[in-house]
Ligand binder design. Structure first.
Ligand SMILES: NC(=O)c1ccc[n+]([C@@H]2O[C@H](COP(=O)([O-])OP(=O)(O)OC[C@H]3O[C@@H](n4cnc5c(N)ncnc54)[C@H](OP(=O)(O)O)[C@@H]3O)[C@@H](O)[C@H]2O)c1
Length: 256
């Protein structure tokens, strides 16, 4: 099978890196030249990768075509591409919904919307897909954990949560800078914070707790530091404010 990627930005880079390291069977990966820096970096990683100038050439040579461009670019370029009946289109584009995608593709072929995130380059992380699709599920299960969603409106909730990536990293950066201001070397501070949160996430993910509420409860000693921190952050509406942002992102995804 040949895999083609239109748009070689951050998400294509992560997915292709994940594929190269995985057990996925493929003959060739065709990448678009843009972005030149990323496409040439990826080409150096595998002799099975070819970089092509024209988006249509990528479509013509591939069985599955992944769309990794921004919504603005997608709206312009997808409708100019000619697809074959046997092909599959997998779109990573956040704000082009299925009806619109079908219109742009212009053929009754399989179209799947997928939400991989950069950890896929390490072969980890969830990949929500809509609609259900057995072969696409099998594919992403080799570089992450596929979650099949049968209804597009439901899938928008997962898109909303995917917008927490940069805010989450900003939190790590903020906490590291706090340590730096206290005189700790930047490298050490960042290493400490990233391993702290990695450990906490692994624990939440792997250990059996009834639910996350129970984990929160078990993570506090009565009158301890965690309890104090939690009370103070709740008073500052730190957590409630997360919902304000999520609701706004969801509205945007629904086109309201
Ligand atoms: N980043 C994520 O974690 C993530 C996760 C899930 C979904 N997504 C979605 O994936 C899409 C891409 O996101 P991204 O973060 O990867 O964006 P990005 O880094 O800006 O990548 C967009 C890519 O599209 C290329 N491009 C622009 N015009 C093109 C054209 N006419 N033909 C072919 N390629 C063209 C750009 O090349 P130049 O640099 O040369 O302009 C760039 O390589 C977005 O719709 C986003 O919502 C992203």
């Amino acid at each position: 099978m040949n895999l083609g990627f239109i748009g070689t930005g951050e998400i294509t880079k992560a997915v292709v890196e994940g594929i190269i390291k995985s057990k996925i069977k493929y003959k060739k990966i065709y990448l678009s030249k843009r972005n030149k820096k990323i496409s040439s970096l990826l080409k150096r990683k595998s002799s099975k990768i070819e970089v092509l100038n024209l988006n249509q050439d990528i479509v013509d040579k591939s069985n599955w075509i992944f769309l990794g461009v921004t919504p603005e670019v997608g709206k312009k370029i997808i409708k100019e591409l000619k697809f074959k009946n046997s092909q599959k289109v997998i779109s990573f584009i956040s704000t082009i919904k299925m009806n619109e995608l079908k219109k742009y593709v212009g053929k009754r072929i399989d179209i799947v919307r997928a939400i991989p995130l950069p950890p896929i380059s390490l072969g980890i992380g969830p990949v929500p897909i809509f609609p259900k699709n057995r072969s696409v599920k099998k594919f992403f299960d080799k570089i992450g954990n596929t979650i099949e969603i049968k209804n597009e409106n439901l899938s928008l909730n997962f898109w909303t949560m995917s917008s927490m990536m940069a805010p989450y990293y900003e939190m790590l950066s903020y906490l590291s800078l706090w340590l730096v201001k206290k005189g700790i070397n930047k490298k050490k501070a960042e290493k400490y914070i990233t391993s702290l949160f990695l450990g906490l996430s692994e624990n939440a993910n792997q250990n059996k707790y009834k639910d996350l509420k129970e984990l929160v409860k078990k993570s506090q000693t009565p009158k301890g530091l965690n309890e104090q921190s939690l009370i103070e952050l709740k008073k500052l509406k730190f957590y409630k404010n997360l919902n304000i942002s999520s609701n706004n992102i969801l509205k945007r995804l629904k086109g309201k």
